[in-house]
Design a protein around this ligand. Structure first.
Ligand code: 16G
Ligand code: ZN
Length: 545
């Protein structure tokens, strides 16, 4: 067929370095940008097949999120804006690793296995972040799509969640919104303004927010959004990309890991600040108190704020909808305890990685999911959304119920339900703080985080560690879990787990306890156990103190 001919010719312009093996990991392919040209071309091919198979538009985002500027990566987006189905992650890996002369064979085997009709049309949306390598890499995706006769809409510079949003809008025939940047800003900002503009007594201080754009795409997009929301929020943008390097000493990952303010942000006592990551799908907040201590409000605090707000609205609206919070093993024990014991909210724990949380959240009327690292959103089931809309229109209800229903309706419109979205999350958090008249300190004091520590251990093969119970217990190697259990027993309010990273060649260790010293000691002792029992490489982990 002529199409295969074209693939064959064009693939030679995007040759695979011989012997290079890569894996479609938790967040797609990621590595140094110079190894990715052939991967991009091939993901263009795969997205085209996925579109022909599903008869929907598929998205391809070129980004490496919080990784250094020299890296890049690519992720596929399924029709409703969710991460690509797991079975197709396997195809992605097969296609990426096929040597040049077996590419067509690999492609044909996917077509056959999926029963794809090549005469079907295909549509692919492409987006990219601000990395210097992203423009040429996204062109390689375009080449792949065109080689198989697919049609492209290249959105150019967009955040990851914006591209997810566009894909969902397109495939719902604009029910979710219009698939343009203008449409995105309009929908979100209108919801934000409706939530905030009637809130009494908001001072200028409360309307002000410092935003660290990580010198990336989030900064660019904040500048575009700003005129839409200016009347209710004054954004002070730093790390806007005009000088600094992407993710370097700034951004959500830096702030979360280092537990300190990013370069370029001078903390003023009590002033709210937030940081986006390099593709604006994560957000964390922070401030400094009167003693100059740094306080981080991570994904767990965000989930608590939002779920508490929603639960109150459901009570006021007298709507009987089940709300659940989905977390991972990294969620601070204090947050889980607060949600379960005080808020009486269902809490469920999944494996790390957005797709697992997203999937679990879909099981509830309202599923709030956040990873501690700041990635998260809220999902409303179709039935829940319908009930909310009906209540808003119901002429027979009192003002309090109507008001609560209206707030719920605007919340649904404000949150990007396709994936965690720093811009959308930021506006929802700002709206909730305004409506509830809370300062950032009030929010922070909902519960106190247990001190915790994360470490990494290098082992010869991290796959020797197999976990269960949402990664909270190690099944292999033998004896490791028993060793962890014995160590945890030595400390108060302690918890620890280990898991192989999905993005780096290391084993991650997490520990929490009633004091920082105990958390540090426990993390170190668990690291030693991993090093000893799971094939540690190099020197033994050293104590932190
Ligand atoms: C990826 C995941 C993120 C997860 C992180 C864990 C997506 C889109 N991103 O960045 O959710 O927290 O990996 O990394 O799923 P790790 O496996 O190296 O700890
Ligand atoms: Zn990201």
């Amino acid at each position: 067929m002529a199409q295969f001919e074209e693939v064959s010719v064009n693939s030679k312009l995007h040759p695979k370095p011989e012997g290079l093996i890569m894996q479609y990991g938790t967040a797609g392919f990621r590595s140094n940008a110079k190894h990715l040209d052939h991967i991009m071309f091939r993901m263009g091919l795969l997205a085209t097949l996925r579109s022909k198979k599903t008869k929907f538009t598929i998205g391809v985002m070129v980004t490496a999120s919080h990784n250094p500027e020299e890296d890049n990566g690519v992720k596929l987006i399924d029709p409703m804006g969710e991460m690509v189905a797991v079975e197709w992650e396997i195809y992605a890996t097969q296609l990426a690793n096929a040597e040049q002369d077996s590419l067509l064979h690999e492609l044909k085997s996917i077509i056959e296995a999926e029963g794809i009709d090549l005469t079907e049309p295909a549509y692919v949306f492409v987006g990219r972040d601000t990395r210097p390598s992203s423009a040429s890499l996204s062109q390689a995706v375009v080449d792949g799509v065109c080689s198989l006769g697919g049609k492209i809409l290249d959105y150019g510079l967009v955040t990851t969640p914006q591209l997810h949003y566009m894909v969902c809008c397109c495939n719902t025939k604009s029910c979710y919104g219009s698939a343009t940047l203008e449409g995105y800003y309009q929908k979100l900002s209108q919801a934000f303004l409706q939530l905030t503009h009637n809130v009494p007594n908001r001072t200028d201080d409360q309307k002000r927010l410092v935003v660290d754009g990580a010198n990336g795409i989030g900064a660019l997009k904040m500048k575009e959004l700003e005129p839409f929301i200016r009347s209710e929020l004054q954004v002070l943008l730093s790390n806007d990309g005009s000088q600094g390097k992407l993710n370097h000493l700034c951004g959500a990952d830096y702030v979360k890991v280092q537990q300190k303010a990013p370069q370029g942000v001078t903390l003023v006592e009590g002033e709210r600040c937030c940081s986006f990551d390099g593709d604006a799908d994560r957000i964390v907040y922070y401030y400094t108190d009167s003693k100059g201590s740094f306080h981080l409000l991570d994904g767990d605090k965000i989930a608590t704020l939002i779920s508490t707000f929603l639960k109150e609205l459901l009570t006021q609206a007298e709507l009987n909808l089940q709300i659940a919070v989905v977390q991972t093993a990294y969620a601070n024990g204090s947050s889980t305890r607060y949600l379960e014991d005080i808020m009486k909210v269902v809490v469920c724990c999944t494996k790390t990685g957005v797709k697992h949380l997203h999937h679990a959240a879909q099981k509830y009327d309202i599923g709030v999911y956040f990873e501690a690292n700041g990635h998260g959103t809220v999902l409303f089931s179709k039935a829940a959304h319908k009930q909310i809309l009906e209540l808003v229109k119901d002429p027979n209800i009192n003002d309090e119920r109507k008001h609560a229903a209206k707030l719920l309706e605007n919340t649904v419109n404000l949150i990007n339900q396709t994936v965690g979205d720093a811009i959308s999350d930021m506006m929802l958090i700002e709206a909730v703080l305004a409506i509830r008249g809370m300062s950032v300190q009030d929010w922070d004091s909902i519960y106190t985080d247990l001190p915790n520590r994360q470490l990494k251990v290098t082992v010869s093969d991290r796959r020797v560690i197999d976990t269960t119970d949402a990664e909270r217990r190690a099944v292999t190697p033998g004896g490791l879990q028993d060793a962890i259990d014995a160590l945890v027993k030595k400390y108060k309010s302690a918890r620890a787990f280990v898991r192989p990273s999905g993005t780096e060649d290391v084993v991650r260790v997490y520990a929490e306890a009633d004091s920082q010293e105990s958390a540090d000691c426990l993390a170190h002792e668990v690291s030693l156990a991993v090093h000893h029992l799971a094939g540690g490489v190099g020197e033994k982990p050293k104590p932190l103190h």
